[in-house]
Design a protein around this ligand. Structure first.
Ligand code: CMP
Length: 133
């Protein structure tokens, strides 16, 4: 069994897509083992996305993630990290496959509705960022 961190981002929260997106995870055999709704401040968003600090989109990304409440979840199943990335689809909703969360709900590369850890190392870091115990 593997765990990954998932975030339902402000654009999806604003459109009340929380339950619909959670249902997709459950339908795809993920167990939601922890969840909480949080509103990050800019500094917390900067810490969370520190791996992207040299990227030109970093500041906009951190402003965006701290712009409204988000739902953070620990998702568990075999191959959770890769399987979550598969059902999320490509970062840019325009490039995402039909049937993926980002294709269905994403608005733009920034407002792409969900985040998911991209590696075992980052999954562990991201889970402990939000869930300290
Ligand atoms: P996420 O999976 O949360 O990880 C970093 C985020 O940066 C990504 O989703 C996108 O929403 C955002 N982003 C904005 N511009 C880019 C870009 N050019 N390439 C990759 N990610 C980008």
């Amino acid at each position: 069994m593997e765990e990954t961190l998932s975030i339902i981002k402000p654009d999806a929260m604003e459109r009340n897509l929380e339950d619909e997106i959670k249902k997709i995870f459950i339908k795809n055999n993920f167990e939601i083992v922890k969840e909480k709704k949080v509103k990050l401040d800019k500094k917390e968003a900067e810490q969370f996305y520190k791996v992207h600090e040299t990227k030109p989109f970093y500041d906009d990304l951190c402003n965006y993630l701290s712009s409204g409440p988000v739902l953070v979840m620990v998702l568990k199943k075999e191959n959770a990290i890769a399987d979550n990335r598969k059902i999320m689809g490509s970062t840019n909703p325009q490039d995402a496959d039909q049937g993926t969360i980002r294709k269905q709900f994403g608005i733009s590369i920034d407002k792409n509705s969900v985040h998911g850890s991209d590696s075992k190392e980052n999954a562990q870091k991201e889970i402990s960022f939000f869930f300290k115990d």
